[in-house]
Every structure is written in C-alpha cells, then in structure tokens.
Design a protein around this ligand. Structure first.
Ligand SMILES: Nc1ncnc2c1ncn2[C@@H]1O[C@H](COP(=O)(O)OP(=O)(O)OP(=O)(O)O)[C@@H](O)[C@H]1O
Length: 331
C-alpha cells in the first residue's frame, strides 16, 4: 500500500460513491455512462495525436480511476506532455477520444488545474500579485488556503517570483493550482530542475494536499525513484504508446526478478512472460510477470523495485503492455 494513497484500494473504485463537490457528472444526467458510479478521472480510447506529419501519440487506450495520484513516466519525446495536454483539453486528439470524469475533455464540468512544464509564473510579480491574479480568474479560488500554505512554506507574499528558488517557485505554482480547488490536477514535470531535497518537499506537500482534498492527480516525471510511495497509479508512455497502465501495488506484487542457471532460462521463459533477460556466464537474471516464485529450487527470486520494472518495459518497447483496467461499465 502506498503511503499517501488517497483513493479506495485497488478493485473497489467502481463502487465508490461520488464525493460531494467534485464536479463529476450528475446522477440525473441522461448522457452519463457511469450512472451512480464514479467515472475515471481520465479515460482515453484509441487516442492519437499527430503534429504535422509525425505521430506523437498512437492508439492510447487507458483509464485512471478517480482519486488516484498517477505518475506518467517515459523517456524524452515519448508523448507525456502531449497526453497531458489532450487530457486538459488544450490539444484536440487527431484520433480517438479523451474523457475526464466521464465527459469529453474540454467539456467536463470538473475543475481542472494544469501546471505546464517550466512553472509559468511572471518573474516580475510579487507572490501577493500572483494570488490576486488567480483570485480574479477563478470562481472557486480558496485564498485562505493559499495564504496558509505559503505561510507554512515560509514564502513571503512580498517576494518577487523571480527572486525565489526553483523549489519555492514550484511551490508557489502548486499553491496557485491548488487554490483553484480542482477535481483533477495535472502537473507536467513539476520536479524538473529541483534538487533532491526540493523534489522531496514538493512531493510531500502535494501528497498532503491530496490527502486533505481527495483530488485526482496526473503528474509526469523522469524521476521514477521519487514517485514510488507518493503515486499509486503508473502510466508508462514510450514512443507515443502507453505501454503500462496500472495500480502500482499490483505492478509491484505482479513482477519478480529471478536468478538461476542460464541453461534453464528458456524453459522458464516458455512458462512465464519475460519482460527482460540478462545472462552473465552461466547465470541468467529475468524480470518476469509473476506474483510468486517458481517451484524450481534452482531459481532464487526477489521483488522487483518500481524503477527496475519501468526500465525493463522501456527497454522492450515492442512488448505487450500489462492488461489495462477494464473500467468501462457494462451497458
Ligand atoms: N508542437 C509540436 N510540433 C511538432 N512536434 C511536436 C510538438 N510538440 C511535441 N512534438 C513532438 O511530439 C513528440 C512527443 O513530444 P512530447 O513533448 O509530448 O514528449 P514528452 O514525453 O513530454 O517529452 P519530454 O520528456 O522531453 O518533455 C516528440 O517527438 C516531439 O518532438
């Protein structure tokens, strides 16, 4: 179980009631495909996005349950930003559909806050002015919570944004996003350019906000090691395709690293889905999709850390992805 999990345990999402004030589809909505049930925060079917001649995203079908903190990871140019921007309705899909809390992206009545890559703030503005700006633009603005948060972080309202450290600027940007009281918070690489301590502080304060409000979060990052324990859903995007989409606890319990004699590796691989395989002399090390150790005593087995699982998938882009959640309700 992730430390900061905010949603119900895996498998129970379908029966979760609508939380009050989430802006989710009303139960009386005749077009609501999820009557009486909580729609996924994000659902895409056959999503593709082309820039001029080149596809940045192809055939992406996934569902992230509501109330989750989902990490979107993948190498440079994988399509993470494109996925996030289509989710918030800033980019129209070339193919397929994107739904946010059950409604087409861009039409969803849910509150969405998007923190774009590079912390877009005005360096010449004082923090107080940024707050005033946000207050004027957002009807759901929570000024008191924003000021309390900044005070707790020791960020003075009179400071100019340009004079803040990278970590403090991220915290201000996050505070402005949270003050909108969104149902879905989308953060594009909020940890980029931060030192390890600042990354930890930003993740911790994000998780505190999630624990207080129960909002859904989509967060892209390259720093897989710092997402474990904070995020509870993982999307691996690679070469424009979603390779993995699943509950992090399920991924961790569903993969193992096996070490044993190289001559027995083929037989093992015939029985278990192998994600990666390395051989050193007579010894083979395999990352397999399996919840238990093989009965063969020649094989030793250990759990696979999340980073190792992610890297193994990224190194095998042609590999079939994990089963995606089938959250589409029976009709
Ligand atoms: N506006 C654009 N015009 C043309 N091509 C683009 C545009 N935006 C992105 N691309 C291309 O689409 C692909 C996916 O880009 P995207 O920014 O979504 O990847 P990313 O995973 O967010 O990368 P990074 O981790 O480097 O930020 C890349 O090949 C990129 O060059």
């Amino acid at each position: 179980m992730s430390l900061f999990r905010s949603g119900p345990p895996s498998g129970e999402e379908d029966d979760a009631p609508f939380p009050a004030g989430t802006g989710l589809p009303a139960e009386h909505d005749p077009h609501d495909p999820w009557p009486g049930r909580r729609a996924p925060a994000l659902e895409t079917t056959g999503l593709g996005r082309r820039y001029r001649g080149a596809w940045a995203l192809r055939d992406c079908s996934l569902a992230v349950p509501a109330g989750r903190v989902a990490a979107v990871v993948g190498p440079n140019g994988a399509g993470k930003t494109t996925l996030l921007r289509t989710a918030v309705g800033l980019l129209a899909p070339t193919t397929g559909q994107v739904r946010v809390f059950g409604r087409p992206a861009g039409e969803s009545p849910a509150g969405i806050a998007f923190l774009a890559q590079g912390k877009p703030l005005y360096p010449g503005f004082r923090v107080r002015e940024m707050l005033r700006f946000g207050r004027g633009l957002n009807p759901r603005w929570d000024e008191e919570a924003a000021r309390r948060r900044l005070a707790g972080l020791g960020i003075p309202l009179e400071r100019r944004v340009g004079s803040l450290s990278g970590g403090q600027r991220t915290q201000v940007a996050l505070t402005l996003a949270l003050a909108k009281q969104p149902d879905l918070l989308v953060l594009d690489e909020p940890l980029a350019d931060l030192d390890p301590l600042a990354r930890h502080d930003v993740m911790r304060s994000l998780m505190e906000a999630v624990a207080e409000t129960g909002l859904s979060v989509l967060l892209s990052s390259h720093v897989v090691s710092e997402l474990e324990g904070a995020c509870d859903w993982l999307l691996v995007v690679n070469g424009g395709r979603v390779q993995v989409s699943g509950d992090i606890d399920d991924l961790l319990t569903g993969h193992r690293v096996l070490t044993g004699p190289a001559e027995a590796a083929d037989a093992l691989a015939a029985r278990l889905p192998v994600i990666s395989r390395e051989e050193t002399g007579r010894q083979a090390t395999l990352l397999v999709r399996a919840a238990a150790s093989p009965p063969d005593p020649r094989w030793s087995s250990r759990p696979a850390p999340l980073e190792e699982i992610v890297l193994a998938y990224l190194r095998s882009p042609g590999l079939s992805s994990l089963p995606r959640p089938s959250l589409t309700p029976a009709r």
